[in-house]
Design a protein around this ligand. Structure first.
Ligand code: KG4
Ligand code: ZN
Length: 355
């Protein structure tokens, strides 16, 4: 079954063709980073307009790379749940038009489920149940994946996500957007012990996260250095901040393994591409306590392939969306209706450049 997958949930336009849920025939992504760099964050209306421009050429490109015509696809899957409303709406409209034009079935997919699925797509030996550390710009959480469509939330961020903290610190340092890859690169040249930033919520035995206090501590340090007339050594700030984030993510993950007794761990979302996090996960997997699975970089970022993958299983199970399918920016995840976004004033509008 050949499924065309579409993702326009945030600032990347992704289109892919996937055979039987696993074999990626093509996977094309148009990044909008250059458009948002000047704002230091994503402006939803700007992102939506860019999706409008990119989506049709990208569909053409994905079909050409897979060497198939539109009439050969068996279904259309689209990220309809979780993301920025004006962005999701573009993908949903394009998917509906494709389904209507081809007469092929349509399914809506939860964007976060796509991220989780990217692990199953490449690691055929990953068995349920497994733990999933899901770290992106919109959320940070630890889930138990029981089955496709069935997840249990065991820890999540009470305020900012890890990706949000990366993006906001990068903006404070005038480094551009998105902050994660830039800070990751600078941190390789810095001293992680140069500043002692807090590791929030480490003292109790909870699996909850909080990154807002860490972000404030880093901002305060930068402000103090500036007030003292010293220019901050960006590499050292980046390395010390990153070490604090990764320490927390690893510690909570180790706790989740111990508490749940589940020894398979998957990682997902944009921050899963972080080189230091990957290094520490690698160390963890060498302890034999846990087997770690992670997607390749191109499946960590937002992409259409993960959506086509989830869509395949949904179509196989007989799910069909009508042409009334709607974009749902804050949709709960899975059959338990998990709500994992913190209650920040921007939660329903997605990330905002002024936050
Ligand atoms: O999953 P994603 O592409 O979009 C959401 O669904 O949110 O994640 C984007 C987030 C951004 O906050 C970005 O700064 C972060 O992932 N990110 C990274 C890295 N690459 C992307 N954070 C840390 N290190 C990276 N290498
Ligand atoms: Zn994402």
């Amino acid at each position: 079954m050949l499924v065309l997958g579409l993702d326009t949930s945030c600032d990347d336009t992704g289109v892919a063709l996937v055979e039987d849920g696993y074999e990626i025939r093509s996977n094309v992504v148009a990044s909008q980073h250059l458009f948002h760099e000047r704002y230091g964050g994503i402006v939803p209306t700007v992102a939506s307009r860019q999706h409008c421009r990119a989506v049709n050429p990208l569909i053409e490109m994905a079909l050409a790379r897979a060497d198939v015509g539109l009439s050969e696809i068996d279904g259309v899957a689209v990220s309809s749940d979780q993301g920025l409303a004006p962005c999701l709406a573009v993908g949903v409209a394009a998917a509906k038009a494709l389904a209507l034009g081809t007469g092929k079935p349509l399914v809506g997919v939860h964007h976060v489920e796509g991220h989780i699925y990217s692990n199953l797509m490449v690691h055929r030996d990953l068995q349920f149940p497994f733990l999933c550390l899901t770290v992106a710009g919109g959320h940070t959480m630890i889930l138990v994946a029981q089955q496709l469509g069935s997840y249990q939330l065991i820890g999540h961020s009470r305020d900012d996500s890890a990706g949000e903290a990366y993006d906001k610190i990068a903006r404070r340092l005038g480094l551009g957007y998105p902050g994660g890859p830039i800070i990751d690169k600078l941190a390789r040249k810095g001293n992680p012990a140069a500043f002692s930033f807090p590791r929030p919520m480490m003292t109790d035995d909870s699996l909850e996260f909080s990154f807002s206090g860490l972000k404030t501590a880093v901002n305060r340090t930068i402000a103090q250095l500036e007030a003292d007339g010293e220019s901050p050594v960006v590499e050292d700030i980046a390395a010390s901040f990153q070490e604090a984030v990764v320490d927390v993510l690893i510690e909570k993950t180790v706790r989740a393994v111990a508490k749940s007794g589940i020894r398979s761990l998957a990682v997902a979302g944009g921050v899963a591409a972080n080189s230091r996090l990957r290094e520490r996960l690698e160390e963890l997997s060498r302890t034999d306590e846990v087997r770690v699975f992670s997607p390749p970089g191109e499946l960590c970022i937002d992409n259409g392939a993960m959506i086509a993958g989830v869509g395949y299983h949904a179509l196989l199970a007989g799910q069909r969306a009508s042409l009334r399918l709607d974009a749902c920016p804050n949709a709960p995840l899975g059959d338990l209706g998990i709500r994992y976004r913190h209650n920040s004033k921007y939660a329903s509008a997605g990330r905002h450049p002024a936050s």
